[in-house]
Ligand binder design. Structure first.
Ligand code: MLT
Length: 199
């Protein structure tokens, strides 16, 4: 997968897996990693699906309606890429924290929904529930931050609450942070994520 790897200054820190939104690139979220922990390593990946030229991490049938078969396939592809990248760049495979926005948050959520050992934690900005009606792996010990908007037209407040409940039912530790905004990622949401990470 097309990506950027930046070695951090401190090997005990996590490697941030950066996952952009629809139409983004691997450059987009680099400032977020810097704001959250400038000493962490960074693996920033470009989605390998193109929707009319816009990079995404999996196909969709319509706005908010996912192509489940492709979602499962692309989730596995990303999971395997993480295993390979950890070997290639010699970072701790068990210490990856995803930072994703929108479509990127959705594939990060899908990693958590399908694999017990994909991520140590995740910062999910405006995620949806990636799949419904499946049994999640044991997510005990995982810490997850969800940033949501009370007026988000793409993920409703109920969707954010549902995601929190599903992750908590799998024993993850989840913080749901609300902004009185829409789908956009605001500086105050990034600040809240940084504060959560430090605590
Ligand atoms: C998705 O397709 O992942 C969501 O609808 C969010 C987005 O617009 O990318």
């Amino acid at each position: 997968m097309k990506h950027i790897f930046q070695q951090g200054n401190d090997a005990t820190k996590p490697t941030f897996l950066l996952l952009h939104g629809t139409g983004g690139t691997e450059q987009d979220l680099l400032p977020l990693a810097e704001a959250i922990d400038k000493d962490a390593s960074v693996l920033s990946v470009r989605g390998s699906v193109s929707e009319n030229g816009m990079p995404r991490f999996f196909k969709r049938l319509a706005e908010g309606i996912f192509d489940e078969e492709d979602l499962i396939k692309r989730t596995k592809e990303l999971y395997e890429f993480l295993n390979e990248a950890a070997e290639q760049y010699d970072f701790d495979r068990n210490n990856i924290v995803a930072i994703g926005y929108s479509n990127g948050a959705n594939i990060a959520g899908s990693l958590l929904f399908h694999y017990e050992d994909a991520l140590k934690g995740a910062i999910l900005h405006h995620p949806m529930v990636p799949r419904r009606g499946i049994e999640l792996p044991d997510l005990s010990g995982k810490r997850i931050f969800i940033g949501a908007g009370t007026n988000d037209p793409i993920c409703s407040p109920q969707e954010s609450e549902d995601l929190k409940t599903l992750l908590e039912n799998a024993d993850a530790n989840v913080e749901l942070h609300w902004e009185n905004r829409g789908h956009q990622l605001t500086p105050s949401e990034v600040q809240a994520a940084a504060q959560w990470y430090r605590s």
